[in-house]
Design a protein around this ligand. Structure first.
Ligand SMILES: Nc1nc2c(ncn2[C@@H]2O[C@H](COP(=O)(O)OP(=O)(O)OP(=O)(O)O)[C@@H](O)[C@H]2O)c(=O)[nH]1
Length: 239
């Protein structure tokens, strides 16, 4: 944050009244469906056009949702997850989930069901304090801009989401920043309305999770093929 940078009134008030709530989100799905693109779109407003298989990262990003300052910790998982134990540990760490598939890739759509059941299975075994509210799970169909390559219809996506009782979004990380924001905002609202916000503040100590690099929201990040600046609060205020 620069020194001449003024906080807007609503943001000041929200910080004063509530401080930051932190929400740990895991974004899951097969390789190349757009998990990193959606996460980076949400945090920086920019779209990453090139593909570079993800090395897992936890992004921290502060955003204003319904007048409340929320710090999202977003675990961008690697699509080519090798080890079932590793994925389970990541699922234990998270309090809320986004399962992404690409409308151009039917295999990634078929994977949604497996991931949804895995989340259920792992979280049903966790102690969650005084509420048994299950963790919110959103299903996101990405790449809707690629109409000519489409293999999964909107109705199919909607159908599986209804069957699994999950909110559903069809988006294009390429075309829309607002759609990426809407996904994260709804996740937070689902968490708040389910009563899971207070119940879920489990402490997670895990050697595996400690090893995953964390990117603070105001850091400037430069990866071998991707380079972008993370300055989320400033981004929010310049809207
Ligand atoms: N046309 C289009 N391309 C997209 C969209 N979202 C992502 N992509 C592209 O799809 C490719 C894969 O995107 P990533 O965000 O790296 O996918 P990922 O799911 O993180 O992949 P892994 O790291 O392997 O798990 C990249 O070339 C992106 O530019 C979209 O909405 N539309």
């Amino acid at each position: 944050m620069t020194s001449n940078f003024q906080l807007s009134r609503p943001l000041k008030r929200a910080q004063h009244l509530t401080g930051y709530r932190t929400l740990r989100v895991a974004i899951l799905g097969q390789g190349a469906v757009g998990k990193t693109a959606i996460t980076v779109r949400f945090i920086t407003k920019r779209f990453i056009g090139e593909y570079d298989p993800t090395l897992e990262t936890i992004y921290r990003h502060v955003s204003l949702v319904d007048g409340e300052c929320v710090q999202f910790e977003v675990l961008d998982t690697a699509g080519q997850e090798e080890d079932a134990m590793l994925i389970e540990e990541k699922i234990k760490w998270a309090e809320a989930f986004i399962i992404v598939y690409s409308v151009t890739d039917r295999c990634s759509f078929d994977e949604v069901l497996r991931l949804r059941f895995l989340i259920n299975h792992v979280h049903s075994g966790l102690k969650r304090g005084h509420s048994d509210a299950p963790p919110p799970v959103l299903i996101v169909a990405n790449k809707k801009d690629l109409q000519y390559d489409r293999m999964v219809t909107t109705e199919e996506g909607d159908g599986i989401a209804q069957a699994l009782k999950c909110p559903f979004f069809e988006i294009s990380a390429r075309d829309s920043y607002e759609e990426a924001v809407a996904v994260f905002n709804l996740l937070y609202r689902e968490m708040a309305t389910s009563g899971a916000l207070s119940a879920f503040r489990r402490k997670v100590s895990s050697k595996l999770m400690d090893k995953i690099p964390r990117i603070p929201s105001t850091a400037t990040m430069s990866l071998p093929t991707r380079s972008f600046s993370l300055s989320s609060v400033k981004d929010f205020l310049t809207d």
